[in-house]
Design a protein around this ligand. Structure first.
Ligand code: AMP
Length: 113
């Protein structure tokens, strides 16, 4: 499948992986928007949030558990961080394999642009 994040998950394309297990990989964003900017992905190819099924519920829950662990590892748990999953055009989704952005290490404004 011609999917950038599938290729990262199966190591056809190199990345800076900070966490990996059978179902999930997390790697640093190539164009970071904060001092800590990590993408947490399921290895299963799911194009957008709209493609989730009830069978994916536990998997999506695990993305958040991994975010929890990474926040502690990167020492941004107490200062805080933002988790974002963009969907389709208006949100600016550019890679159609779902990914949870973890942004931290600086104060962020609200609402996002
Ligand atoms: P989105 O716009 O929400 O689809 O986010 C896609 C993200 O993937 C962007 O923040 C990009 O900087 C990031 N990205 C694109 N290519 C790579 C890559 N090869 N390795 C790591 N991150 C990437």
């Amino acid at each position: 499948m011609d999917c950038l994040f599938c290729k990262i998950a199966n190591k056809q394309i190199s990345s800076n992986i900070v966490y990996e297990d059978d179902e999930i990989a997390a790697f640093t964003d190539v164009s970071p928007k904060a001092p800590v900017h990590i993408l947490i992905i399921p290895k299963k190819h799911i194009p957008t949030v709209l493609d989730l099924t009830v069978e994916d519920c536990a998997l999506i829950g695990r993305l958040y558990m991994i975010a929890n662990k990474i926040a502690t590892d990167k020492k941004i748990d107490k200062s805080g961080f933002r988790l974002v999953m963009n969907c389709n055009r208006d949100a600016g989704q550019s890679v159609f394999h779902i990914h949870l952005h973890m942004l931290g290490g600086r104060v962020m404004s609200w609402p996002p642009g």
